[in-house]
Write a new protein. Structure first.
Length: 332
């Protein structure tokens, strides 16, 4: 599982643009990287700091680092990853001078581009930046495997929490087939539902709050089996979302309107909420259907008669099928 990659990558990205200070003064943030990895004796920003940057980022997210300022020390860190399986946030080690020498550079992978490797790292042009290196200079590709106390080094998360740890949680849930919507770093009701479902499936108190036990369970859990469902099977199971969506489609083709189709306000709200749960399926106008329903209910009658209205209905049905495949109530 690549549970840590997103939070590593996002944390490193917070420092983009941070650079050394010219002259006799030294950037205290860069000096702080050395402190974070146990080398507080370094008091300048002129000492090579690529390994200090990588180590500091890892420490900030509760992961172990090599504890050394030698870039090649990361060849023994984490676990090896094949280039075909690489993803953003993996650690890349390059050689400098000679492949068999001791010098090197270390940074976080952004992506591969043909025969180049794009990495996010420190001391790249005297600053934190995304830079390109020849693939031929890559010595190793490594991935975090966690630490013994990772479950206690991560924060308690609940509704209202925000940030990179929430984003990492959402990614872990998605990888385990508990889809919580967009990877937006915002712990809302959809994320809480997914957390509670995961907890219930894994013998934990299903309170929707992510504490030490839930973090630990996420590290060892296997992906939840996907169900085999289609729009038709959900309709036969009595899914109100699918049935209401079909009524709306009939209204569009017969031009008899929402009232003639027998739709209720509650039914349309549920359909819109289902669309809101669709990953990447919503645009601003669709979100407004949920948030500003009392204001635009009449406008929706017109909207449903347009091509855009058909697109909304398609996204609603797809969202509902996705929900069912990952284990939600079939009758919803």
């Amino acid at each position: 599982m690549t549970a840590y990659n997103s939070v590593i990558f996002e944390t490193a990205g917070q420092y983009l643009g941070l650079e050394e200070w010219p002259g006799a003064k030294h950037n205290p943030q860069i000096v702080g990287f050395f402190e974070d990895v146990g080398h507080g004796w370094v008091k300048d920003d002129e000492t090579a700091w690529c390994a200090a940057f990588v180590g500091s980022v890892l420490a900030q997210v509760g992961l172990p680092n090599s504890g050394k300022l030698n870039a090649r020390s990361y060849l023994d860190w984490g676990r090896e990853v094949a280039p075909a399986d690489a993803r953003a946030g993996d650690v890349v080690v390059f050689w400098r001078g000679s492949p068999s020498g001791w010098q090197g550079h270390v940074a976080f992978l952004v992506r591969f581009e043909s025969d180049r490797v794009i990495v996010r790292g420190g001391n790249q042009g005297n600053k934190v930046s995304d830079a390109s290196y020849p693939l031929s200079r890559m010595l190793g590709l490594r991935r975090a495997i966690g630490s013994g106390d990772v479950s206690t080094s991560r924060p308690l998360l609940k509704v209202g929490s925000r940030g990179v740890f929430v984003m990492d949680l959402q990614e872990q849930l998605r990888m385990l087939n508990y889809h919580s919507g967009a990877l937006d770093g915002q712990f809302g009701s959809r994320t809480r539902e997914s957390v509670a479902a995961f907890q219930a499936d894994n013998g934990l108190m299903a309170d929707g709050i992510v504490g030490a036990k839930t973090w630990k369970a996420l590290q060892v859990a296997e992906p939840r089996p996907l169900r085999d469902h289609t729009e038709q099977s959900l309709a036969e199971a009595g899914s109100t979302t699918i049935l209401n969506a079909r009524k709306a489609e009939n209204a569009l083709t017969t031009t008899e309107g929402v009232a003639a189709a027998g739709l209720t306000v509650g039914g349309m709200v549920e359909m819109s909420a289902a669309a809101q749960r669709a990953e990447g399926a919503l645009e601003i106008g669709q979100r407004m259907l949920v948030q500003y329903w009392p204001i635009i209910i009449m406008g929706l009658l017109i909207l449903l008669a347009t091509r855009y209205g058909k697109r909304i209905i398609r996204s609603i049905k797809k969202a509902r099928v996705d929900d069912a495949v990952t284990g939600r109530n079939l009758g919803r």
